[in-house]
Write a protein that binds this ligand. Structure first.
Ligand code: AMP
Ligand code: MG
Length: 421
């Protein structure tokens, strides 16, 4: 089945499919059904693998820790001696330098954190609970039997799956893999993402602005957002609203990249010629999403590349990127499951104007009040061309379809931008 057939079939068999009022959730589900993650892999040394996605599960080749060892600086003894008035200190065990010898009844050894627990002992009393005089150690209170011992395999057991395929590797994961003595991992190759801006009014930085012209900012926000996703970025510049130039750019992008992103040219009026062009080159659907900002959105395939046609407005391009493209790119890059972005509850300090029947992503400033409770204040002008609102904001106030106007002081859900941007 080709992508063309399946896209059309899926559309025609959905009763509630309305391209002119597509709910956010439905659009996400629809896109999800067509995503096919990269399958090529490469082997990388650990230090180069941070942020990459595991293509093969990591299995533990050994127990971690490999031997029973002490969790404290103190004295190792046998639990039969916990109530003895005093014990003879007959030696010392250091981390990496075990005590060699036998510990008999009435005896103990000084032991450091991480040092091997000698065979004849099973309990460690911490130094602070003891008094030492010469080679005699007195316990100020008896320790619990088996206290302060870290057991072999307590962290990881030999043969255990430590990290699963599809996981994006974080610094803690890299350390965990290193603790197993493994120096290389198999990861998916990076996703290649090509993007360009469309519009006759757009001017690149360094050139003077003519009448009615504006500087292209979307390419810079898109570049910045893509940097955070660990993909290979192909910046194709500005393309005029000219069918031949657009066709050439799309064909070039499709041969180089797994994903093509464009901004502009998908709103009413402009969409008609983009539609014709994309129908010729692949299979693309145009939606008006029931959301604000970010109403027009196109999705589909150009050749074998995934295509996202984002709106031109600078705020809309960022919101649609975060709400649709981000998760799709992470999934295409091999992440599975893609961790959902968390939503926090916060009290809104001001009334909110909101139209029921669509999802709004208003820009907000999240802060803690004197009592430490989270509050959110909407940034002023919420117009989708006001990029300053994104720059000032540190969160989206996510208002779902059912919500209408809200008075000040009610609880709302926010999505923190930290880590997103
Ligand atoms: P469009 O979706 O092409 O109709 O564009 C909607 C609005 O966004 C228009 O005001 C455009 O001038 C503006 N716009 C489109 N692309 C960009 C861009 N790359 N940078 C800044 N503004 C843009
Ligand atoms: Mg345009």
């Amino acid at each position: 089945m080709t992508a063309t057939q399946s896209l059309n079939q899926l559309i025609s068999c959905q009763d509630d499919y309305d391209p002119n009022s597509m709910p956010v959730q439905q659009a996400r589900k629809f896109i999800q059904r067509f995503l096919n993650p990269v399958s090529d892999t490469e082997t990388l040394p650990l230090t180069a693998a941070v942020g990459r996605v595991l293509a093969k599960s990591v299995i533990s080749p050994l127990n971690v820790p490999s031997h029973d060892n002490s969790a404290m600086d103190g004295f190792a003894l046998h639990s039969q001696d916990i109530n003895s008035p005093a014990l003879n200190i007959i030696g010392t065990a250091y981390a990496g330098k075990p005590f060699i010898g036998t510990v008999n009844a009435g005896e103990c050894i000084r032991i450091m954190t991480g040092a091997l627990i000698p065979q004849d002992t099973d309990t460690v009393i911490m130094q602070e609970r003891t008094e030492v005089s010469g080679n005699r150690m007195t316990m100020l209170e008896p320790p619990k039997p088996q206290a302060n011992v870290r057991y072999a395999g307590e962290d990881l057991k030999k043969g255990q799956v430590v990290l699963e395929t599809g996981r994006q590797l974080r610094p803690a994961d890299i350390g965990l893999i290193a603790s197993l003595g493994i120096g290389e991992v198999s990861v998916y190759r990076k996703l290649k993402v090509a993007f360009f801006s469309t519009g006759d009014e757009l001017v690149s930085i360094g050139q003077p602005l003519g009448a009615g012209q504006i500087y292209d900012s979307n390419r810079y926000t898109l570049h910045g957002m893509l940097l955070g996703l660990n993909v290979d970025i192909i910046d194709m510049g500005v393309v005029r609203d000219d069918p031949a130039a657009l066709e050439q750019a799309l064909i070039e992008a499709a041969t180089q990249a797994d994903v093509i992103l464009t901004s502009g040219g998908v709103s009413v009026g402009e969409a008609d010629f983009m539609k014709q062009l994309l129908e010729k080159l692949g299979q693309v659907v145009f939606w008006k999403i029931a959301m604000k900002p970010g109403r027009p959105l196109a999705y589909g395939k150009v050749g074998s590349a995934h295509y996202f046609g984002l709106p031109g407005n600078p705020v809309s391009v960022m919101v649609t990127f975060y709400q649709f493209v981000r998760d799709a790119l992470l999934y295409l890059a091999g992440q599975n499951p893609v961790p959902a972005l968390p939503l926090l509850n916060a009290t809104c300090t001001e009334p909110i104007r909101k139209l029921a029947g669509r999802t709004e992503f208003q820009r907000g400033i999240l802060f803690a009040d004197a009592a430490g409770n989270w509050q959110v204040r909407p940034t002023g002008n919420q117009g989708s061309g006001i990029l300053r609102s994104m720059s000032e904001a540190n969160c989206f106030i996510v208002l779902n379809d059912a919500i209408g106007n809200l008075p000040a002081g009610v609880e709302v859900q926010v999505q923190v931008m930290e880590g997103l941007l």
